[in-house]
Design a protein around this ligand. Sequence first.
Ligand SMILES: Cc1cc2nc3c(=O)[nH]c(=O)nc-3n(C[C@H](O)[C@H](O)[C@H](O)COP(=O)(O)OP(=O)(O)OC[C@H]3O[C@@H](n4cnc5c(N)ncnc54)[C@H](O)[C@@H]3O)c2cc1C
Length: 583
Amino acid sequence: MAKQMSAVTKGGSFLINESPAEDVFTPEDFSEEQTMIRDMTEQFVEEEVVPQVAKIEAKDWSVTTGLLKRCGDLGLLGIEVPEQYGGENLDKVSAMIVAEQLARVASFAVSYGGHAGIGTLPIVYFGKEEHKKKYLPRLCKAELISAYALSEAGGGSDALAAKTTANRSGDHWVLNGEKMWITNAAFADVFITFAKVDGQQFSCFIVEKGDPGVSTGAEEHKMGLWGSSTRTLVLDSAKIPIDNVIGEIGKGHHVAFNILNTGRAKLGAGAAGAAKTALNDAIRYAKQRIAFNKPISSFGAIKHKLAEMAIRIWVTEGMVYRSAGMMDRALENADLNNAQQVLKAIEEYAIECSILKVYGTEALDYVVDEAVQVYGGYGFSAEYPVERYYRDSRVNRIFEGTNEINRLLIPGMLLKRGASGQLPLHAAVKAVVDEVMSASIPAEPSGPFGAEVAAVAQAKKAVLFVAGSALQKHGDAIKDEQEVLMHISNMVMETYALDTAIHRLMKKGSTDLHADVVRTFITDATARIEFSGKQVLAAASEGDILRTQLSALRRLLRWAPTNTVKARQRIAEHLTDQGRYTL
Ligand SMILES: Cc1cc2nc3c(=O)[nH]c(=O)nc-3n(C[C@H](O)[C@H](O)[C@H](O)COP(=O)(O)OP(=O)(O)OC[C@H]3O[C@@H](n4cnc5c(N)ncnc54)[C@H](O)[C@@H]3O)c2cc1C
């Protein structure tokens, strides 16, 4: 495989290239300023948000809006807004840090994201100069609160099937329809709203609460996120000023979908933060709960859970900060006052953003589920916060593009990049097939973690080999083979996780404990890759060809399992000694 030395890493290239470890940004690389932002946000959450959880969950919107104003005072609302419009314009790593810290109280984090993320960024990236001047300084201070109104009752994933219409009438637009599931609707002043001009051209509008014909419905009764407002936005011949179109008429999908990339990455960061909170609670509880005259943390079954929770968190946060680091690197070459350049630099990593969303939210669901289990019956009681973490976590797999939609996007975007020549995927697949046919086994790289580095390189080849076989069988029709694409997507995600884990391990400051984490992860992730790979191959081939392909897959994934029982015991004992996640 080619050594990648270019300063800016191409999105999706982790599948075919080896990046030098020093090119991969990790949480250990936070600058002094980033560490300060982390500490400040952590302190804000600990001292000002957590004590208000009961009121937030009881839908006391004055608390939520008050806390949003405090975020404005602390400079947390304009992280991605240029300074000339009242923002801080910080790097993406800092944006992830803030998302990670705020996720400790999920309802508030969602209100924050609905406002500072999807509710503000359409104006930053697509608004006219007068929109930016009029709204952004006030949004950055929470003098105005924003919401994002894309979904409708008839279509969330299929957003372009929207039925809401916008018709021109003199110097106004007249909007008719109902948007559903709108976060912050109870107290939002501004709604970034999507509607079809003349029922045809999907477009984006700024709708204000006070515009004639605008109202909101009743609160949804939700499984979780009780402390976030979710209502319909009702547009009953709503009169909207003619200049309130964001972006071009008929190009609303550019606004709708481009805005989601950083949102997805931040959801991954939030998942890591929420998962750490659940794990910390589980560690504390496991240390003090006595059963059979022992703390339950001394039982192997509980050690396994604590360690596995920590491993998934470590891997997820690694991917979050690596991806943000790549965006920041790309943004160094962009004119930060040119919104389109900024957007393009971020879009380069759309594959990684989808991976963070899916992998992070599923890791979080695993962690909160096991946290409830560690608490036993008390985990099912509303007396302990793990019950809330469990309910609050579930929706993350549904919004910002369901995990199915994001899973489909990952191979879809890779194939597009391959076809357009942005990524030399076809050459990489051919090289792997040639290598497999020659039945040669590459020498293991020498040096530290040689076997681990080799296992990750082989896993990449296995994914390319399997994907290449599926492509050969299905050709362009692969886009209709969703089950196959889901498996390929799982393999690609595990590869990004593996590649990130090994790079983080190779960085200075890693310990034996980190080696335990990575070896355990390699053992499990390569087994998962093999599981998916077998199913894709069996859907593409049969008989002798299938047998040959399966044995090639086994050869590629020839990592010998390490003693994961002992490794997880060491990790769990470290966690209980420390009393919290400190990997
Ligand atoms: C608490 C909460 C807050 C929300 N906040 C907002 C907000 O602020 N603004 C906003 O606009 N929206 C918001 N949403 C809406 C959310 O984005 C949608 O619910 C989501 O996009 C899914 O759409 P849907 O509910 O219509 O499900 P559907 O699109 O009907 O999906 C149902 C199932 O079918 C699957 N599916 C759909 N299409 C395909 C396909 N092509 N291939 C394979 N599988 C498919 C989905 O993955 C899912 O499993 C929120 C939702 C919730 C629950």
